[in-house]
Design a protein around this ligand. Structure first.
Ligand code: ADP
Ligand code: MG
Length: 397
């Protein structure tokens, strides 16, 4: 599914038209409501700039956090509107409601090439329930709908699916970029194709593991999810996170790898800690001999060497999930070394997953990857061959 059959923003005549632009501005905020990572906003600028150049009247909508259908000040999009105003060098007004009088008045005063924003979509209950009435109200604010919120494309909400029933619709440049990069992994990837999986849990990534095994030549598993696999091999895992109800699944996956001739790499050594704490005491052990009372928090030096060796031969790399608790300096090395190896491999590289993207930013490696997806769940579902309802709903060519 490449979605090249769908209209893009280039295909629509937006001159002087009111364009409802769905963005994913669900950015992290600190306790003083300052944006701590504005990547998602910056990534959407291309479509906004394009619409400005084409003299559209731009009405941006987004969700932020989970306010559960009621107005809550701490979930206001005010910090985003302020950030955008600075970036665009033009005031970006924010309405007090989502589809009420304040929004209507703001839009009626909007001139071509100006940008305004609706308050948090999730202040309305109808948003996440994909309510028809709410979708209609949202659509009535504009002439055209453009979706550029890749991170929410796997959800059927009023602002992603419902609204498309009532307006001409297309996707923006960010979604286009995501689709093109992710499609390269599905359609004829250069080989060897190496996938690296990590992160916290097997249960979050069941479908991903299974469907990657049908596509790749090498699958390496590190991070928290590796202990369920090593436990399935009979290794002691101490206090490491391990999902006992997924042991059978882990065995099945290793059998599937063997059947399909996929090289399946697990850690051979680890950096283990005494407690799940930033400054905990730590040491290196073999992966099959984690002492009782210790837990694996990063991959060890031998594993790093093995993983790097496999990555250096890759022509295509997909990576989801950090190799350890990268948030803590003592356990960041595995993630850093794997990231550097990908950057140096010259392979076409795609990073998916929110924490994985954050790790790449933190380590200064994001710019060295071919593509860092802005959509965690959406990019994984796309890779598994599932359809993305919000893209599916857009107008065909
Ligand atoms: P993504 O958001 O990229 O899909 P996940 O959410 O699956 O990634 O996993 C990220 C989290 O996994 C990080 O917060 C990291 O601290 C955690 N993690 C990685 N390795 C371990 C481990 N060995 N033990 C506990 N947590 C881990
Ligand atoms: Mg995550």
């Amino acid at each position: 599914m490449s979605y090249l059959n769908k209209l893009t923003v280039r295909d629509l005549d937006v001159e002087n038209k009111k364009v409802l632009l769905r963005c994913d501005f669900n950015v992290p905020l600190d306790n003083k409501h300052n944006i701590t990572d504005a990547k998602r906003i910056d990534e959407a600028l291309k479509t906004i700039e394009y619409l400005r150049e084409k003299n559209a009247k731009i009405i941006i909508c987004s969700h932020l956090g989970k306010p559960k259908g009621e107005y809550r000040k701490e979930f206001s999009l005010k910090p985003v509107a302020q950030y955008l105003s600075n970036k665009l060098g033009q005031e970006v007004k924010l309405s007090e409601d989502v589809v009420g009088d304040s929004a209507k008045k703001m839009i009626s005063e909007l001139n071509p090439s100006e940008v305004c924003m609706l308050e948090n979509l999730r202040f309305e209950v109808g948003e996440t329930s994909n309510d028809e009435e709410f979708s209609k109200k949202l659509a009535s604010l504009a002439d055209i709908y453009v979706n550029d919120a890749f991170g929410t494309c796997h959800r059927s909400h009023a602002s992603t699916v419902g609204v498309t029933k009532f307006l001409p619709s297309a996707y923006g440049f960010l979604i286009e970029k995501e689709i093109l990069a992710l499609s390269k992994l599905l359609d004829n990837p250069s080989r060897p194709f190496v996938a690296i999986l990590g992160g916290a849990k097997v249960s979050d990534k069941i479908d991903v593991i299974s469907s990657l095994l049908e596509k790749v030549d090498v699958l390496m598993v590190g991070g928290g999810m590796s202990y369920t696999f090593t436990n399935a091999l009979g290794y002691a895992v101490g206090d490491s996170i391990c999902e006992s109800d997924k042991i059978i699944f882990a065995k099945d996956m290793m059998a599937k790898a063997k059947e399909r001739d996929v090289k399946f790499l697990l850690p051979v050594d680890l950096k283990v800690g005494k407690e799940y704490k930033k400054d905990t005491e730590f040491k290196i052990t073999d992966a099959d001999k984690i002492p009782e009372g210790w837990m694996g928090l990063d991959i060890g030096p031998k594993t790093i060497r093995q993983f790097k060796e496999a990555i250096s031969q890759a022509k295509t790399v997909f990576w989801n999930g950090p190799m350890g608790v990268f948030e803590w300096d003592n356990f960041i090395e595995g993630t850093f070394e794997v990231g550097k190896a990908i950057a140096e491999s010259g392979a076409m590289s795609v990073i998916g997953g929110g924490d994985s993207a954050a790790a790449m930013e933190k380590l200064g490696l994001a710019g060295k990857m071919t593509h860092v997806s802005t959509g965690g769940g959406a990019s994984l579902e796309f890779l598994c061959g599932k359809s993305l309802p919000a893209i599916e709903a857009l107008q065909d060519r």
